[in-house]
Write a protein of this length. Structure first.
Length: 571
C-alpha cells in the first residue's frame, strides 16, 4: 500500500476535516496564478476553484456495452457534486471488454488492464491533488481497478457501479451472453443451426450495461457494496433503469458528504469488511475472479488476506442466490427481489456478517442489513432454512499440481470429484481447436497451461472453451484445469488459478497426455498420479514452449506480476 498520510491529514488544530485538504496547494496563493489561469481558461471561475475539487474517475468507453453509458452517468454525478457545494473534474481511463476479446490474443490485456486502470487513476488524482474521488465503473476489471486506486490514494472516496444489462429474450426465455457462448459449442456439435445461433446473437445483449448474470461484474459490484465502498442498495439498479440517473446524482452528493466527514477507504476496507465481501461472493455463487480481485484490494490496503481464507469463509457460508450461470435469475431479478441489502440481511441472520464494518454512508453494514426490504414471493435469494447448497460457491484446492493453491467453482453443478486422463494443450487456441473438432472424450481432463499471469501473459479467461464444452453436451462428462482463469459465466467442474503457473515452474507445466489427474473438491485436492521423483525428472528435461510475442505493456506486466495466489498484482 502506498502511504498517503502526509498528503491527506487535516490541517493541525482544525475543528473539522478540511475539505480542501489537498487542492489548496494547487489553487491558492500568488504562486498558483499560472495554474488558476489555465483552469479559468476552460471554464472554472474563482468560485469554483474556492470549493473542494472532486475527481470523477470515469471508465467510459465505446468498445463494450458495460461502460458505454457511463458518460451520461458521469454528467449526473457531476450535477450532484455541484449541488452539494463542490467542484467536479472528470478524468477518464481505459477499459478492456472480456466478452468481446474472449478467445483471442486481445484477452491477454484484460487482467493486465486492472493494474493500468489503478495506476492511471492514482497518478492523475495524485498529480492534480483532488480532495475526493468518485470512481464510475462498469466492466469486470474497471470495478476492482477503481477500488485498488481508491485504496492507494486513501482520500474520501466512493465507487459507483454502472449497473447490469437487462436480460434478452429468446423464444420465450430470458437469456444472457452466457447462452451465446454455449450456443457456439452447440452449433459445432450440430445441435443447433447457424440460423438459431444468429437469432440468439441478435437477442442476447439488448443494450448498455454489464453482463446480466452473477458473472464477474455483478459479483464484484455486490462484493464492493457489501464491503462498504459503494452506496448501499444501488449496485443492482440496472444500467437502463429509469432510476439510474437519480442514483448517479445521489452518489455525487454522497461523495461530497463523505469528504466533509473525512471518511477514507482505510476506515472502510478492513479485514472484517473483506471477509463480508468474501461471504457475499460465496453465498451468491459468484465468480472465481472475486478471489483474484479481493486479494489484490487487500494488498493495496495492506490488509493480511490469504487465498485459503476464501475456502474457510465459503465452507461456512450457505449458497443462497439462485443466479446465473448456475441458477435461473439475473442481476435485475435480484434488484427486484431486494438487491444487495437482502443478501446482507441473510448473512446477518446466519451470523456470518461483521455487522460493525463501516459503509460510505457513515453507518454500519449491519444497519443497512436491517433496512433491507424483501419482495413478497421472490425466489432469487433463498431463506436460510432452504439453501441451494449448505456451503458456498467456491473452494480452494491444493495438491501436487497446485502447491500454492487453485480455485474451483462449486455453484451450478453437482460434481465434486473427477478422475481421468489428461489432454494437454499449451494454449487456449490449441484446446479450442480440439474442442471444435470433437476431439475431447467423456472422462477427459482438459489441461490448458502457459496461460497464467506471466505466461500468457495476462491470465486469459477460458470461457470460449468451457462454454463450448457445455454446448457440446460434455459439461458433466469432462473436467478442465488451467493456470489461466475463468469467466464468471463458466460452469462445470473447472479448476483455475493453478499456482505456481507453468511459466514459473509450476507442476502443471510437467503434465503429459494420459497422466491420471484427480480433482477432489471435498478433500480440497488437485493431484496428478505421478511421483515426486518423476516430477523432478520431468522438470530437468522440460523445455518451455515458445509463445507469441506480446506488446511492450504486456511484457512489462509479465515481468512484474505476482502469482495468482497473491492476487496477480504488480507490486
Amino acid at each position: 500500500m502506498t502511504a498517503r498520510n502526509e498528503d491527506t491529514a487535516p490541517i493541525p488544530g482544525a475543528s473539522a476535516f478540511d475539505v480542501k485538504h489537498r487542492s489548496r496547494a494547487l489553487t491558492e496563493g500568488p504562486a498558483r496564478a499560472p495554474a488558476r489561469a489555465y483552469l479559468k481558461g476552460i471554464g472554472y471561475d474563482e468560485e469554483a476553484l474556492a470549493k473542494p475539487i472532486v475527481a470523477v474517475a470515469n471508465t467510459w468507453i465505446e468498445t463494450m456495452p458495460c461502460n458505454f453509458h457511463l458518460r451520461a452517468l458521469a454528467a449526473r454525478v457531476k450535477d450532484g457534486i455541484r449541488a452539494a457545494g463542490a467542484t467536479p473534474m472528470e478524468l477518464n481511463t481505459i477499459a478492456i471488454s472480456d466478452g468481446i476479446t474472449m478467445g483471442t490474443p486481445g484477452m491477454r490485456a484484460s487482467l493486465a488492464s486492472r493494474e493500468l486502470i489503478a495506476d492511471s487513476i492514482e497518478m492523475v488524482c495524485d498529480a492534480h491533488m483532488f480532495d475526493a474521488v468518485i470512481a464510475i465503473s462498469g466492466c469486470d476489471k474497471t470495478i476492482p481497478g477503481t477500488v485498488m486506486a481508491l485504496c492507494r490514494l486513501d482520500v474520501p472516496s466512493v465507487m459507483l457501479y454502472g449497473g447490469s444489462i437487462l436480460p434478452g429474450h429468446y423464444r420465450g426465455e430470458q437469456v444472457t451472453i452466457q447462452e451465446v457462448f454455449e450456443a457456439v459449442g452447440a452449433r459445432a456439435a450440430g445441435r443447433i443451426t447457424d440460423a438459431d445461433l444468429r437469432e440468439l446473437e441478435e437477442a442476447a445483449s439488448p443494450g448498455p450495461g454489464a453482463c446480466g448474470g452473477q458473472f464477474t461484474a455483478n459479483t464484484m459490484a455486490m462484493a464492493f457494496e457489501v464491503l462498504g465502498i459503494s452506496p448501499p442498495g444501488l449496485s443492482m439498479v440496472p444500467a437502463q433503469d429509469g432510476r439510474k440517473p437519480q442514483v448517479a446524482y445521489d452518489a455525487g452528493r454522497l461523495v461530497v458528504d463523505v469528504l466533509r466527514r473525512g471518511l477514507r477507504p482505510s476506515e472502510i476496507i478492513t479485514r472484517d469488511a473483506l471477509e463480508n465481501a468474501i461471504a457475499a461472493i460465496a453465498c451468491s455463487g459468484g465468480s472465481t475472479n472475486g478471489v483474484l480481485h479481493l486479494l489484490a484490494v487487500a494488498r493495496e490496503r495492506g490488509v493480511e488476506l490469504e487465498i485459503d481464507d476464501f475456502d474457510r469463509i465459503s465452507s461456512r457460508t450457505p449458497l443462497l442466490c439462485d443466479l446465473k450461470p448456475g441458477g435461473r435469475y439475473t442481476a435485475p431479478d435480484l434488484h427486484q427481489a431486494g438487491g444487495v441489502p437482502l443478501v446482507l440481511k441473510r448473512l446477518k441472520q446466519a451470523g456470518l456478517l461483521h455487522e460493525q464494518a463501516m459503509a460510505v454512508t457513515g453507518r454500519t453494514v449491519g444497519d443497512h442489513a436491517d433496512e433491507a426490504t424483501e419482495t413478497a414471493g421472490q425466489e432469487v435469494v433463498r431463506p436460510l432454512d432452504d439453501p441451494i447448497k449448505p456451503t458456498g460457491g467456491l473452494a480452494i484446492l491444493h495438491g501436487n499440481l497446485a502447491p500454492e493453491g487453485s480455485v474451483v467453482k462449486l455453484a451450478g453443478h453437482e460434481r465434486v470429484r473427477h478422475s481421468g486422463p489428461a489432454r494437454v494443450f499449451e494454449s487456449e487456441e490449441d484446446s479450442m481447436r480440439a474442442v471444435g473438432a470433437g476431439q475431447i472424450a467423456p472422462g477427459d481432463v482438459v489441461v490448458i497451461r502457459n496461460e497464467g499471469p506471466a505466461g500468457g501473459p495476462g491470465m486469459r479467461e477460458m470461457l470460449a472453451v468451457t462454454a463450448a464444452l457445455v454446448g457440446e453436451g460434455l459439461g458433466e462428462e469432462v473436467a478442465l484445469i488451467t493456470d489461466g482463469r475463468f469467466s464468471g459465466a463458466t460452469r462445470g467442474l473447472m479448476v483455475g488459478h493453478i499456482a505456481p503457473e507453468a511459466a514459473r515452474g509450476g507442476p502443471i507445466g510437467l503434465i503429459s497426455d494420459g497422466d491420471q489427474i484427480t480433482i477432489d473438491a471435498e478433500q480440497r485436492r488437485l493431484d496428478v498420479a505421478i511421483s515426486d521423483r518423476e516430477l523432478e525428472a520431468r522438470a530437468h528435461r522440460h523445455v518451455p514452449p515458445s509463445r507469441a510475442d506480446a506488446g511492450i505493456a504486456l511484457r512489462k506486466y509479465a515481468r512484474l506480476v505476482s502469482s495468482a495466489s497473491e492476487g496477480a498484482v504488480t507490486h
